[in-house]
Design a protein around this ligand. Structure first.
Ligand code: NAD
Length: 526
């Protein structure tokens, strides 16, 4: 364990909130309205009470009314709000990063990295606000022009998960704002504090940009608050990030009212390690991807499919690297492995290891629970939930490996033929991120080809986690098919119109159809 630096997390949280322009948490139950306790996974202690002030209904009403005006503001002017947000995030990066560490348990560098990701998408969004472009398309009719335009879509509901408590909001919200949409955010019930801080920064950004409209709003609450957004006919797009279980509930409900969904759900990411792999680089890539955020990233590496000729060597090196991992308070700058989010996460971690053992798996290293800071603290908190990341050698890919267990377990299986390795790689229900470690160009290209990885993200000589914002982010199969962030992901937040303009004095019909003229001919028309 690393040393602990967790004294007074509740006081520190309120101090950070104030510095970010937000109200501090309530120390005790308020007289009116609802309030929810916010908790830190670092020590298990209560940080304070979060007032629940706005309902989903009220937020959507305000967002729908703001949309009518916001959607008419020119896109480059909308970009000014995003520019201000980016500046505020730069100014407050360390405070917000620390709050992410306190509330989500990310180590210092990852907390700051999450805020940097927000800054990066703001930079991207400002440029995008001048580049929302449609195509012009050749028409078959003389004297005509055909083109596409992209128009604002409406109210966007953004439902987020605990493990990226602020960045995922920004990936969605920046694109939505630039697109001319208004946003209602329902963060995870496990991370309301960082959401309050981000909302305060977003309000300030709008003020600085001279926008007097509720273009972004925050609704705190549990699943029912998310469900209210999902079922609201006025919400044009539900962008939901979380478990596949959640996506399975959300998708049909939104489809039943012909709304749009953008789903970013669970992953079960793998790396294939080939005989030619640079093993030093591979070990570094694997350790970061498998134990970063204590294995609680959607892109965390969960399965290593290793050529039999290098498997023993690789596993030995991994065991040696795992043995040196500093586990403890994520607020200590030396820590590399912070806490699991809560006790339920530990139960799932331990159950998966039991199942793997029953399947013939051998736990090479880790798997134990270790004491963290806060045990026996004055407020009676049970302490944070800390474990040693595990590496498990499996005889084959079994059912437990096909499930996403949200914790630091790396299963290792071996292969002899690359085709078989790719088949094992793809033989899971999820399809988020993937990687291959090789110095053989043919192997790398085969992995990236249509008959290679079936994931939304496929990397070479990089682990599956740690994407940049410039690319489209998302995955296939049970990961939900959505794409967020860079590339042309902005199109999901807009509606496309196809326009045909006749600047001639004739009225030729498509497909050569004639209607009411002397020379009739058969044809189809749409
Ligand atoms: P979760 O599914 O428990 O909760 C996510 C959010 O959905 C929360 O805000 C929750 O209140 C809300 N929610 C739950 N059920 C709902 C319903 N029926 N209707 C509306 N809203 C509902 O997920 P979690 O435990 O917070 O996060 C971990 C999961 O998220 C993992 O599976 C992880 O892979 C996934 N995740 C995916 C991505 C991605 O980009 N693909 C990113 C981060 C996390």
């Amino acid at each position: 364990m690393t040393a602990t630096t967790t004294a007074g997390l509740a006081d520190r949280t309120s101090e950070l909130l104030r510095s970010l322009g937000a109200e501090p948490l309530l120390p005790s139950a308020p007289n009116s309205g609802e309030a929810r306790a916010a908790r830190s996974p670092v020590t298990g202690e209560t940080l304070g009470l979060v007032p629940v002030t706005v309902t989903a209904e009220e937020a959507v009403t305000a967002a729908a009314s703001a949309f009518a005006e916001w959607s008419t503001v020119p896109a480059p002017v909308r970009g000014a709000v995003v520019r201000e947000l980016g500046e505020l995030l730069r100014e407050h990066k360390s405070a917000l990063g620390e709050l992410v560490s306190i509330e989500a348990g990310k180590i210092v560098s990852e907390g700051l990295g999450e805020v940097q990701e927000m800054i990066d998408i703001c930079d991207f969004g400002v440029g995008l606000s001048r580049q929302l472009h449609g195509s012009t398309i050749a028409t078959e009719r003389p004297g005509h022009r055909m083109m596409e335009q992209w128009h604002p879509l409406g109210v966007v509901a953004v439902i987020t998960a605990f493990n990226f408590p602020v960045a995922v909001w920004s990936w969605n919200t920046v694109l939505a704002l630039v697109a001319g949409d208004t946003v209602v955010w329902k963060p995870s019930e496990k991370t309301p504090v960082t959401a309050i801080a981000v909302q305060a920064l977003a309000d300030e950004a709008a003020r600085r940009a001279g926008v007097d409209l509720p273009v972004t709003q925050l609704v705190l609450g549990e699943r029912d608050a998310g469900e209210a957004l999902v079922d609201d006919l006025r919400v044009a797009l539900v962008s939901a990030t979380g478990s596949t279980r959640m996506g399975r509930e959300v998708a049909p409900r939104v489809a039943a009212r012909f709304g749009r969904v953008l789903l970013e759900l669970g992953g079960n990411n793998a790396a294939i390690v080939c005989p030619s792999a640079d093993l030093d680089l591979t070990v570094r890539g694997i350790v970061f991807s498998a134990v970063g955020t204590a294995g609680q990233r959607c892109t965390s590496l969960r399965r290593a499919i290793v050529h039999e000729s290098v498997a023993d060597d690789l596993v030995d090196r991994l065991a040696a690297a795992y043995a040196t991992l500093p586990i403890g308070s994520p607020l200590d700058p030396d820590t590399l492995v912070g806490p699991l989010i809560d006790e339920d996460a530990y139960t799932a971690f331990a159950a998966a290891l039991d199942e793997a053992r029953a399947d013939g798996g051998i736990v090479v290293t880790g798997g134990e629970r270790v004491d963290g800071p806060g045990v026996g603290s004055a407020d009676g908190a049970a302490g944070g939930v800390y474990v040693r990341p595990a590496v498990v050698r499996m005889p084959a890919q079994t059912a437990v490996m096909r499930r996403e267990t949200f914790g630091p377990i790396l299963y290792v299986v071996t292969y002899t033929d690359l085709g078989d390795a790719i088949a094992v790689h793809n033989d899971v229900p999820q399809g988020l991120s993937s990687s291959i470690f090789t110095t053989d160009l043919r192997e790398a290209e085969r992995f990236l080809s249509p008959s290679g990885s079936d994931c939304g993200i496929a990397n070479v000589n990089i682990g599956p986690s740690g994407a940049e914002i410039g690319g489209a982010f998302g995955g296939e199969k049970e990961t939900g098919g959505g794409r967020e962030s860079g590339s042309d992901a902005w199109k999901a937040y807009m509606r496309r119109t196809t326009n045909t303009v006749n600047y001639s004095s004739e009225l030729p019909l498509a497909q050569g159809v004639t209607f009411g003229s002397p020379a009739r001919s058969a044809g189809s028309a749409r």
